[in-house]
Ligand binder design. Structure first.
Ligand code: HEC
Length: 147
């Protein structure tokens, strides 16, 4: 019996490591713009949940660097002209899922989370849609950041 196991050991080790590789390959980050279906799905979710603040073409609120009438920050552009591409996918996913309220202590602003409305897959799709607006350089920078 033991002899058998020893004989099989290289195979067992091989299977173990290939499972690890597969598990890594299934990690959904970085999110790319390769899937047109994903982008289309993300666009629908964006129009339902994000467009009211981040606006069409993801341009953000007018004068987004200023405060709104409540003294909160306005919605920034997500189209690559702001700083969204400085954050990796894990951070962006968390901002959308949990909102800044759960990530920043004593947060008073308006970016609430969407975990009750959007699945992880839908959040990834929104990110693919958002990234489809980014210039090549920003896109590639952020992809590397998210690996
Ligand atoms: C009620 C208005 C509102 C809605 C709706 C909203 N956001 Fe935001 N969002 C904001 C504000 C305001 C900020 C800036 C947060 C701050 O600094 O307080 C922000 C920040 C962000 C950021 C960080 C951007 C960066 O450059 O750091 C991301 C990403 C984002 N929102 C994505 C989304 C997505 C995706 C949706 C839809 C699922 C969405 N937001 C819906 C108001 C909103």
């Amino acid at each position: 019996m033991l002899k058998h196991i020893i004989k099989l050991l290289p195979t067992i080790i091989l299977i173990f490591f290939s499972t690890l590789t597969v598990a890594k390959a299934h990690n959904h980050f970085p999110i790319t713009t390769k899937s047109k279906i994903m982008i289309e799905r993300g666009k629908i979710a964006y129009q339902n949940y994000c467009v009211s603040c981040h606006m069409v073409n993801l341009a953000g609120a007018e004068n987004w660097k200023e405060m709104d009438e409540d003294g909160h920050r306005k919605a920034p552009p997500l189209n690559g002209t702001g700083h969204t591409w400085h954050h990796d996918d894990q951070t962006l996913h968390a901002i959308i899922k949990y909102g800044l309220a759960k990530l920043v202590k004593n947060y008073q602003g308006k970016m609430i989370g969407f975990e009750d409305n959007l699945s992880d897959k839908e959040i990834d799709s929104v990110l693919a849609y958002i990234k489809s607006f980014w210039p090549k350089e920003e896109y590639e920078y952020q992809i590397n950041l998210s690996k």
